[in-house]
Design a protein around this ligand. Structure first.
Ligand SMILES: *[C@@H]1O[C@H](CO)[C@@H](O)[C@H](O)[C@H]1NC(C)=O
Ligand SMILES: *[C@@H]1O[C@H](CO)[C@@H](O)[C@H](O)[C@H]1NC(C)=O
Ligand SMILES: *[C@@H]1O[C@H](CO)[C@@H](O)[C@H](O)[C@H]1NC(C)=O
Ligand SMILES: *[C@@H]1O[C@H](CO)[C@@H](O)[C@H](O)[C@H]1NC(C)=O
Length: 577
């Protein structure tokens, strides 16, 4: 009683000082004073819950945290509100898995407890495997002054393969804003996995900003406990705003096999990924890590900021990779948030899912990454349907039936037959997302739109279109546009139906155009050009639910295309909680 009246008093105080009842604690997390912790947990509404994407049984989830493999067991921690379906009272929830598909939940691993370090919150962070196979978590804590500081937690019992209990360093916080270091105390968060230099010194970066300049502040340590800020950041870029959840890792230039985060040397490039708080996009550059100066320099043409390369051109934020030392691969996790208004997801009783973990490697061009869903997800495939090669004339459609269309994995490839029908590309069309919304799936083109209509109602009143368009550019080359058009995805007027788009580095004359979509009730996660561009959408059909959902291949262009390959599967439910 005493606690709740005190809480009410605090909330009243907030509502007095805040005109809209919304406290901007820090840019990405609005605190809704009236909803924070007071909300009664409700049983979640199952309508839009997913069947094989990671999500907790109820409540709010955001960033993936500290993914790693330890003694053959995969660990995923995540930002979680145990008290409700909105952001607030954040702890590190914890699940483990043998295959990254089926999961076992455990009690929260890290919760606020340390006065100086994290009493007001345990925010995102990353795992580092220290010598002797000892995991260590660096994470952001919120201290009594609501300043962002960096802390260390380690497993209590290394013989417990599930690492249920974690203990915090008594030295926390290990990195903190001070008057002399000029770090902005409300813009200092999300430590990366640390890497060990050939000089025996650990390095870690933390996202920050000074005014509009985003920066990755570098710290170094000999013992992982005493950290000293480097003179200069690892990297910075003007006018990009706050950098959240940085990720920095080496990548092989000649193999799809991944590298341990501390690897340096020849045949290696580096990737720096940043989550832009202003636009909620994860972008990355490919470049060189200069060990002597401890700075990272993106390659020429690899640009910083919102016009840079993205892991995903739809909904995908606060992502993080880890090195899977058993399978020699680098796995990418990313958070997909809701596209419905806050009161609706609160009512629904849950919010947020994780994208299917993706294997990532460097493209042959060395100019971008390639991503592909982990192969273990294919163990859920059942009930395969294959279609022989088939001509798809202009203005035609083909139903792909006898699979569960609301819970499916579809792979389709097209070959272009009438390249001369491609429309001419206007050089001013530089923004693929804008182009996709101007030329949505209903706009008839020369070559395209062709692709898939997913989560479609029988009458097509509701459907999401994932498709390609091919344009002829000035230099006699062709440009491939990939779109995910949500504009007709739901009869619910309140959902966010933003259309997404990406240019796809594929030569449509010499290569087939492939598309894979992972469909899961309210998620459409699409991979174009064998993983060269990914677009994830969140949709909430009101008619095309469960058994009432349909799946079609379509061509709304004038030119014919050939479906050269089509395989589709029903997907089984994964064990997740
Ligand atoms: C669950 O949500 C759907 C979609 O918003 C709605 O139609 C349905 O009535 C809800 N069910 C319950 C039990 O609230
Ligand atoms: C550590 O974990 C192992 C394996 O679960 C268990 O047998 C052992 O009792 C634990 N040690 C302590 C001190 O809890
Ligand atoms: C520090 O961060 C806060 C929160 O984003 C921001 O309001 C403030 O302007 C920042 N100060 C500087 C100097 O960048
Ligand atoms: C979540 O979704 C909303 C609406 O679809 C969007 O405006 C917002 O930027 C998203 N937030 C993040 C962190 O992705």
């Amino acid at each position: 009683m005493a606690t709740s009246s005190l809480l009410l008093a605090c909330l009243f105080f907030f509502s007095v000082i805040l005109s809209h009842g919304v406290l901007q604690l820090e840019a990405s997390h609005a605190v809704y004073a009236n909803l924070q912790t007071l909300q009664k947990p409700t049983s979640p509404n199952q309508t839009y819950r997913t069947s094989y994407h990671f999500q907790p049984p109820k409540n709010w989830m955001n960033d993936p945290n500290g993914p790693m493999i330890y003694k053959g067991i995969y660990h995923l921690f995540y930002q979680y509100n145990p008290n409700g379906a909105d952001w607030g009272s954040i702890v590190w929830a914890h699940s483990t898995s043998l295959d990254l598909v089926n999961w076992t939940p455990h009690p929260p691993a890290i919760s606020p407890s340390q006065q100086a370090g994290d009493i007001n919150g345990c925010w995102s962070g990353s795992a580092t495997i220290l010598p002797g196979d000892k995991p260590a978590m660096l994470y952001t804590g919120i201290n009594p002054q609501s300043h962002q500081v960096q802390n260390l937690a380690v497993p209590k019992n290394l013989s417990d393969p599930f690492l249920i209990e974690w203990v915090k360093s008594p030295k926390n916080p290990l990195m903190a804003p001070t008057t002399s270091n000029k770090i902005n105390s409300s813009s200092f968060r999300d430590p990366t996995t640390a890497w060990l230099g050939p000089d025996g010194t650990w390095r870690v970066i933390i996202g920050s900003k000074i005014n509009r300049q985003g920066l990755a502040i570098l710290y170094k340590s000999k013992d992982f406990v005493h950290w000293i800020q480097s003179q200069q950041p690892l990297h910075f870029a003007d006018d990009t705003g706050m950098w959240e959840c940085p990720d920095f890792f080496p990548i092989s230039t000649n193999s799809q096999n991944a590298l341990d985060t501390s690897m340096v040397g020849s045949g290696i490039k580096h990737v720096l990924k940043l989550s832009l708080d202003d636009t909620k996009h994860d972008y990355y550059t490919i470049g060189t890590y200069n060990l002597n100066k401890d700075i990272y320099i993106p390659d020429k043409g690899s640009v910083d900021g919102d016009s840079g390369l993205r892991y995903d051109y739809g909904k995908f934020y606060a992502s993080k990779t880890f090195f899977d030392s058993v399978k020699q691969r680098r796995i990418l996790w990313g958070w997909i948030n809701e596209s419905m208004p806050q009161p609706e997801y609160i009512k629904q009783g849950w919010s947020g899912v994780q994208a299917i973990p993706r294997n990532i490697w460097l493209d042959k061009s060395r100019k971008q990454l390639v991503q592909w869903p982990i192969s273990a997800i294919e163990t859920l495939r059942t009930n395969q349907v294959d279609l022989p090669s088939k001509l798809l004339k202009g203005r035609s459609m083909l139903e792909i039936s006898s699979i569960t269309a609301a819970q499916a994995d579809v792979e389709i490839s097209f070959s272009v037959l009438e390249i001369e029908k491609a429309e001419v590309m206007d050089p001013s069309w530089t923004n693929p997302q804008l182009l996709c919304s101007q030329k949505d799936a209903s706009i008839k083109g020369g070559l395209g739109p062709f692709g898939l209509k997913v989560l479609a109602s029988k009458d097509l009143k509701e459907h999401t279109s994932v498709f390609f368009r091919i344009f002829k550019a000035q230099n006699n080359k062709h440009v491939v546009l990939m779109c995910s058009d949500q504009s007709r995805s739901s009869l619910n007027q309140n959902t966010d139906k933003t259309t997404y788009g990406a240019f796809l580095e594929v030569d449509p004359i010499h290569e087939q155009l492939s598309l894979r979509s992972l469909i899961d009730q309210s998620i459409v996660e699409s991979f174009g050009g064998e993983g060269k561009a990914c677009i994830t959408a969140r949709v909430y059909p009101t008619l095309a639910i469960g058994g009432k959902a349909h799946l079609y291949a379509f061509n709304n262009g004038r030119g014919s295309v050939r479906i050269s390959k089509l395989s589709a599967w029903s997907m089984k439910r994964a064990h997740i909680y």
